[in-house]
Ligand binder design. Structure first.
Ligand SMILES: Cc1cc2nc3c(=O)[nH]c(=O)nc-3n(C[C@H](O)[C@H](O)[C@H](O)COP(=O)(O)OP(=O)(O)OC[C@H]3O[C@@H](n4cnc5c(N)ncnc54)[C@H](O)[C@@H]3O)c2cc1C
Length: 402
């Protein structure tokens, strides 16, 4: 008999934000899952993340609102400064009455381990979720009736289906789509966190501040009830081809930001050791599944971080996928097709818009002047209108509101 997901568990490759959100959403719909994480411990990198109102809608569905509220910071505004002139480019108020009226939910910044920890604790409390570490998925076979997952080391397990939540370099994607390596953007991110007392006093604010410079930007904001600050410095470089989570070159960073405002250097100078990410994405695709395997999160739609939505999209994916599985009552092929159909245009729009935002942040010359002219004269309501399609998010059943 063909496995429907109630009898045999869903295997989930990857215990990041996408994998845990999918496991939790499935448990809420009554489906068992088994999360397979290759690392010896579940965890997230010690950096920050911005979460839009659309993610807060998902926290409500997943029962995480209180846990998130206990650790996040609700910034008063998103501020963009010109890193050369020091002029204010734009200030978008957040968490005002007008913001809440527009989107119903708040905007926050959170320490990644706090967000991941909230998901993990909720999964641990669900008897339907099995969590396993040190389990590196190497491939799978689709028998038609079920899926047989292979692990490095030779062991195999059988389940109803395989959810590929294994990130940018996804093994599951290789088998489902087979479209080769991700696209290396030529943009490099250096990340660090700084104890709040070390942040220069004029910058120690509950505000997301982005210093936009030619082919660079620096963003900083508070985390963990404003006890620490997150710093992300991005610059263009074709020197790096690929890599992940290695240490950055401080001299190179300083040279890329040469000539920028003293506030930028005051922040950069505080950090002795940076972690480096070579930023990658992919072209959007509408192929998200093959037989009994389906993709979510960065495995499905890796994006540049300029719209601050990769993790938000991963959580939306989990809620939407579980809802489509429940609606299709065990017909997984139908469920996966409906899931991809309801997600690919939304996530594709985020992938492409993120690239465009990167161009706007890193503009120089006339383009930077245009940025100042067009964004500087914009009223907050116009800024809200521009992201309504994104922040209005999904309803409780994972369908897009707008
Ligand atoms: C600099 C930067 C800033 C960002 N800022 C934001 C932001 O402000 N807001 C936002 O929403 N998003 C942001 N993002 C994007 C966000 O971090 C990602 O989109 C999100 O973490 C993706 O989660 P994921 O679970 O899909 O993938 P991952 O976090 O990559 O998790 C994949 C998991 O799968 C595991 N795994 C991999 N291969 C295997 C295997 N073969 N078998 C078993 N397990 C495996 C990995 O160990 C990992 O735990 C940012 C990204 C970057 C780089």
């Amino acid at each position: 008999m063909s496995a429907s997901g109630r009898d045999l568990p869903f295997f989930i490759a990857g215990g990041g934000i996408a994998g845990l959100a999918a496991a939790l959403a499935l448990a809420h719909k009554g489906y068992p899952s088994h999360v397979l994480e290759r690392e010896d411990e579940f965890g997230e990198v010690g950096a920050g993340i911005q979460i839009g109102p659309n993610a807060f809608r998902m926290f409500k569905v997943l029962g995480l609102t209180e846990a998130i509220d206990a650790t996040c910071v609700y910034p008063d505004a998103l501020v963009t400064m010109d890193a050369l002139s020091g002029d204010l480019v734009t200030r978008i108020p957040l968490n005002t009455n007008a913001f809440r009226k527009a989107f119903d939910y708040p905007y926050a910044v959170i320490y990644r381990p706090d967000l991941h920890g909230a998901l993990l604790e909720a999964c641990k409390a669900e008897p339907a979720v099995t969590l396993e570490t040190g389990a590196r998925v190497s491939g799978f076979e689709d028998t038609g009736e079920r899926v047989r997952v292979h692990f490095e080391g030779g062991c195999t397990l059988e389940g109803a289906a395989l959810i590929g939540a294994d990130g940018l370099w996804s093994k599951v994607r290789e088998a489902v789509i087979g479209d080769g390596k991700p696209h290396v953007s030529g943009h490099i991110a250096y990340r660090a966190v700084l104890p709040a007392p070390e942040v220069p006093e004029d910058l120690r604010r509950d505000t997301v501040i982005l210093w936009a410079g030619p082919k660079t930007h620096l963003v900083h904001y508070p985390l963990h009830k404003s006890e620490i600050f997150n710093l992300v410095a991005v610059f263009h470089s074709d020197r790096y081809e690929e890599g992940w989570n290695v240490f950055g070159d401080v001299a190179e960073l300083q040279s890329r930001f040469a000539g920028q405002r003293p506030q930028v250097h005051a922040m950069l100078d505080k950090i002795e050791s940076w972690r480096m990410w070579v930023l990658c994405d992919r072209e959007p695709t509408k192929v998200w599944h093959k037989g009994r395997a389906v993709l979510t999160g960065d495995a499905a739609h890796p994006m540049l971080q300029y719209l601050a939505q990769g993790a938000c999209m991963a959580m939306e994916d989990g809620v939407c996928l579980a809802s489509k599985i429940a609606t299709a009552e065990g017909d997984l092929e139908t469920a996966f097709r409906a899931f991809a159909a309801s997600r690919y245009l939304r996530t594709g729009r985020v992938q492409l818009t993120a690239r465009f935002y990167g161009d706007v942040y890193h503009a120089a010359g006339v383009a930077a002047e245009l940025r100042a002219m067009m964004l500087g004269s914009r009223a907050p309501e116009a800024a809200y209108q521009g992201v309504r399609w994104l922040y209005a998010g999904l309803d409780d059943d994972g369908n897009q509101v707008l």
